[in-house]
Design a protein around this ligand. Structure first.
Ligand code: ZN
Length: 159
């Protein structure tokens, strides 16, 4: 179940997604939160330089692997503006991170991009559950998903 604290972290993810868009990157942002509620790390998408593996969820998984114990990772939550792609879902699983909460789903993103006439990406839009098992996953959140949709419209209408 998504509570007020979750909403606060998801709103921060959307702020980060906006910052990414303003920086010329794609609008995705993520936050890593410890079991005690401490924000450990946040990041946004950095693909403008041409490296399309520079996703925030991947960066958080790497950071967690280098800076947290196995137990700390298993109890940490990753919040993200858009559901993990298969690469990031796998990284999340390999890093042994815990719960995932997302504002908008990969399925929604695929629908939005289709509506905008954007060709689907080469990497399939698989749900996280199709990539990793035994993970608590929550989302999408309707009111926030609409905000994320607006960011993707800005990205693609601008181009
Ligand atoms: Zn990703």
């Amino acid at each position: 179940m998504i509570n007020d604290t979750d909403m606060k972290h998801l709103r921060r993810c959307i702020e980060l997604a906006k910052a990414a868009l303003d920086a010329g990157d794609e609008p995705f942002g993520s936050v890593l939160v410890s079991s005690t509620g401490e924000v450990l790390m946040e990041d946004h998408n950095h693909v403008a330089g041409g490296d399309h593996t520079q996703h925030p969820e991947f960066a958080l998984a790497r950071w967690a692997a280098n800076n947290m114990t196995v137990e700390e990772r298993s109890k940490a939550t990753v919040y993200t503006s858009g559901e993990h792609c298969p690469m990031c879902a796998a990284a999340h699983g390999w890093a042994g991170l815990g719960r995932i909460v997302y504002a908008s789903s990969s399925k929604q993103l695929a629908e939005w991009l289709n509506e905008l006439g954007v060709s689907p990406s080469r990497v399939r839009n698989l749900p996280i559950e199709d990539v990793i098992r035994d993970t608590v996953i929550e989302g999408p959140v309707a009111e926030l998903a609409e905000e994320v949709r607006q960011l993707h419209i800005r990205l693609h209408v601008k181009r």
